[in-house]
Design a binder for this molecule. Sequence first.
Ligand code: PEP
Length: 256
Amino acid sequence: MRTPLIAGNWKMHKTLAEARELVGGIREGIKGIGGVEVVICPPFHHLFAMAKAIDDSPVMLGAQNAHYEAQGAFTGEVSVPMLKDAGCTHVILGHSERRQYFAEDGPLLAKKVRAAVAGGLNAIFCVGETLQEREADRTRRIVERHISDVIKADVPAERLIIAYEPVWAIGTGRTATPDQAQEVHAFVRAMLASTYGQPTAEAVRILYGGSVKPGNAADLLAQPDIDGALVGGACLVPADFAAIIKAAGTWAAVSS
Ligand code: PEP
C-alpha cells in the first residue's frame, strides 16, 4: 500500500509571522493523525525558518521550484543543494503557474526533475490539461506529453511523485470529479508501468491537485490510484489543511 502524501503549496503567500502562525496551527491540527506524509512548500525565503518551525514534528519541507544547475550565474534562482541545505526533502516542479507565467517547458522541466532527483530531493512533478484541452478531448495526449518529457530524461522513479493538476481546477473552486481524476491517474500509472515496470509504477505516488478542500478530499482519496493531494488555497488555512490530512489518515487506516 502507498502511504498517502498531502503537500501544501503556499505559492507567494505569508509573511514570516503569518508563516509561523500557519505552521503552529498545522502542527496542532494534525496531532494524533498517523499514516500520512505531510509536506509544506513555503516561499524560498521562509525555508530556513520553517525548517526550524517543523523541527521535531513529522511535517516535511518542500520548495516550489529549483534550478537544474548546482551553482552559477543565474540571478534570482535557487539550486537543489541549496534547498537540501535549507532542510528540504521535496520540491514542486512543473506547476502550471510556472509553465504559464514563466514559460517553463518540457525540456527545461526534464532537466530540473533530473537534477532534483539526482540531488536527493523528491520531485513533485505536476502535469495536467487546460480547460480548452479537456474540451477538445486532448487530456490524455497532454498528460502523456508531460510525463514523457520526464521519462525521456531517464529520471529514476524512486524519488518521483506525480501530481495530476487539471489547470481548470486550480484555484477555481472547480474540482475534477473523483471519476475524472481516477481515469487520468490510472492512465498515468499505466504509462509509468510501461516504462518502469508494474512493481515500480505501483510504488509511485500520484497526487491529485485542483481545489481540494475538506469537503471533497475523502471522495478523491478513496479512488484506487489517488495517493494524496497537492493543495493550494486550502493549505493556507490550518483547520482546512488538517482536515484534508485527517481524511487521508482515515482512508489509510481503513484500507490498510
Ligand atoms: C495548486 O496550486 O497546486 C492547487 C492545487 O491550488 P488549489 O488547491 O488552490 O486549486
